[in-house]
Design a protein around this ligand. Sequence first.
Ligand SMILES: [Zn+2]
Length: 529
Amino acid sequence: MQFKLTSSRLIVIVALFLVCVDNISFFKHVLEVYEFSLSNIGFLLSLGVVLTAVITLLVTLLSSRYTLKLLLITLVLIASLSNYFMNTYNVILDDTMIQNAMETNINESMDLLTWKLIAYFFFLGILPSLLIYRVPVAYGSFKEEVWGKTKCIALMILISLVMLFSFNRFYTSFFRENKPLRYYTNPTFCLYSTGKYIYNTFYKKETTLKQIGLDAKRAENGGRKLTIVVVGEAARANRFSLNGYERQTNPLLEKEEIVNFSKVYSCGTSTAISVPCMFSMLERKNYSDKEAKATENVLDIVKRSGASVLWRDNNSDSKGVALRVAYQDYRSSQNNTLCDEECRDEGMLVGLQEYVDAQKGDVVIVLHQMGNHGPAYYKRYPKNFEKFTPVCQTNQVEKCTSEEIGNAYDNVILYTDYFLSKTIAFLKQNDKNFQTAMIYMADHGESLGEKGLYLHGIPYFMAPDEQTHVGALMWFGEKSKERIDVQTVRQKAGEEYSHDNLFHTILGVMGVQTALYDQTKDILIYQKK
Ligand SMILES: [Zn+2]
């Protein structure tokens, strides 16, 4: 007689494999809270049992004889990948992270491709999938299958209940005080997040765009205005020498008359949240991605006031912010003339004078930087900016020492320092004809191995300062200083600000009059007439 498994047994075996092999990160985080001791061991084992029961229950409910193997193989493949990312970068695969992954382009994804990732995928994904594919399963008649499923489901519920009651004291604290631990269960949380992302993206009702600031108009007095808003990428505040970092990472900006804001906090910990939030009227505490995308932003309002608005992007894209204004992609050598290993931020300044010369009224230009996009920091700057060495020369940050990672990261800040000084030089060229200003703000920070964390994207409430405390500074031309009280702005530059302030600051600096403008939220202070 040939060896055959019942469908229920196959499901339990695969569930056990997922729990034992792909949930290392989950158990590691559990052990940080419930240490390994005699009094905890029963609970720790029961967690494994409950997780196995839950996965078995879900697969039993969702599968039929025709879809069982396909479903199991999909789970095993997904789990092998999320296992790699959780173990390597200590990230959580929530719906924002899934959104980031979906909105990331191929080049950025290639940065994440490593031999270790391939090994995880092959040994923990492909190989078990082949076994699942090959193993013969004995299916009964329809009636027998339904009965088998019912028994299996009842048994899994019973096992879970017994565990929950036996370790009731532990589970109360597990569910109440240690909620984030669930985020590390694999592949359950990743699947939940994917479902949430798909629902939000494809099934939510098409909303019509809500127009705001319909009363927006240009203040009558004053000459033409030219503002460049630089959206930085993953640049954390404490790596700027302007903020007291012991390494000189801002040698050029230190020579300029800039105003440095030392306590600016981001709206999110990822590009997909922070960038739309920065330009949205919504604030971090009431921010919703759905509402932000269904509502006009500050660029739409500035455009309505009569100004020209241009977005140049050397990052992934504008995350929906620049959908109704002029948009130019600087990620490819078609537009960007400064590309070597990859296209450089400085390329966004090439030909910008021609654009400005062609405009009639006020102008706002947004430059979305590649900046410190990780993990391949060493690729983010031309070689002559490699001042801090040795640098981490791989995208596998965990293979490098923290010093090598930090060096590569700091070299990118140095390149941003150069890029911003070039932007200021560009504005100086235009100072005769415009009230010029530059506003620089990074979208979020970056973890470089502190507390075992890398990259960014941790849910905001548990995010460390490194991921939310961002670099921010401004520069004003001579004519702007007649209107803006730069001295008072500088005196208040050490106060706490956030991305919430950017909406009103852009309206203020551009002199746009609308009932939406709240002067108390504008970072700038204007000269009294
Ligand atoms: Zn970002």
